[in-house]
Design a protein around this ligand. Structure first.
Ligand code: DGL
Length: 272
């Protein structure tokens, strides 16, 4: 049985969800969090919907077994592929997912031209189509999957040559189309905002949805009387190599932390 003292469960295919975790911690420093990075399967972007649903189900079961009171799907790809599926599989569990921030971008753009960076599975999902249909309102969207960028960020390469090449290849054509807003539709991408801003310049707005996601988590916990002011501990769990996640934690969040390692028994079951 969960209570206010139970942790918030957060997961992503890898370290991307840490861009959401840091906003949750900034907004609710008294909350305990258990973060699961599925480095054993990253990247999710090129994978099938079924595979992503299986992985997301297995991770959700693990986080619930660890006592999570709410599950944050801090992954646009998993949200696109599995959020509806998870809500059907776990009807009594509260989920908060991601969706590309087309709505705020469409409201703010002056040129009516917006760039969206996300993975192939995010763009293919019904969620993105629905977001575009509901909110694009005559705004012209330019999309790019930034192939290889997730892997660079997983290695902590936030401004290396390959990272810069991928972003320039994605952004230069959009700038030529006169975009004035870029939507970061993958939770890994906020970690390269400084480089993105150097490429697009100060006239182009870069939108990171993570703060809005943290506010939604807070709203749900408040509504359920489940807020915790007395915690503040974070557990990091990976299905990959604990040492490599520890070193990327230093790069991305500037923290030293233990990292627990778990293994997959099959595509839907994590062995702690
Ligand atoms: N960080 C995830 C997202 O927001 C997934 C990236 C990947 O594993 O391809 O889409």
């Amino acid at each position: 049985m969960t209570s206010a003292a139970s942790p918030i469960g957060v997961f992503d295919s890898g370290v991307g969800g840490l861009s959401v975790l840091r906003e949750i911690r900034a907004l609710m420093p008294g909350e305990d969090i258990i973060y699961f990075g599925d480095q054993g399967h990253v990247p999710y972007g090129p994978r099938s919907m079924k595979q992503i649903q299986d992985f997301s189900e297995g991770i959700t079961r693990y986080l619930l077994e660890e006592g999570a009171k709410i599950i944050v799907v801090a992954c646009n790809t998993a949200s696109a592929a599995a959020l509806k599926y998870l809500r059907e599989m776990f009807p009594d569990v509260q989920f908060v997912g991601m969706e590309p921030a087309v709505k705020p971008a469409a409201e703010k753009t002056q040129t009516g031209k917006v760039g969206v960076l996300a993975t192939p599975a995010t763009f293919q999902g019904a969620l993105y189509a629905s977001v575009v249909e509901r909110f694009a309102n005559g705004v012209e969207l330019f999309q790019n999957t930034c192939n290889g960028l997730v892997q660079e960020i997983e290695k902590g390469n936030l401004d290396g040559e390959e990272t810069r090449r991928i972003l320039e290849e994605a952004l230069y054509p959009m700038l030529e189309k006169n975009i004035d807003t870029v939507v970061l539709g993958c939770t890994h991408y906020p970690f390269v905002i400084p480089l993105v801003e150097r490429i697009v310049g100060e006239k182009v707005r870069v939108i990171d949805p993570a703060p809005a996601v943290a506010r939604q988590v807070k709203r749900l916990l408040e509504a359920g009387g489940l807020e915790n002011q007395n915690g503040g501990r974070v557990r990091f769990v990976t299905s990959g190599e604990a040492d490599s996640v520890k070193s990327v934690l230093r790069v991305l969040l500037g923290i030293e932390s233990a990292v627990e390692s778990v293994t997959w028994k099959n595509d839907q079951e994590v062995l702690a």
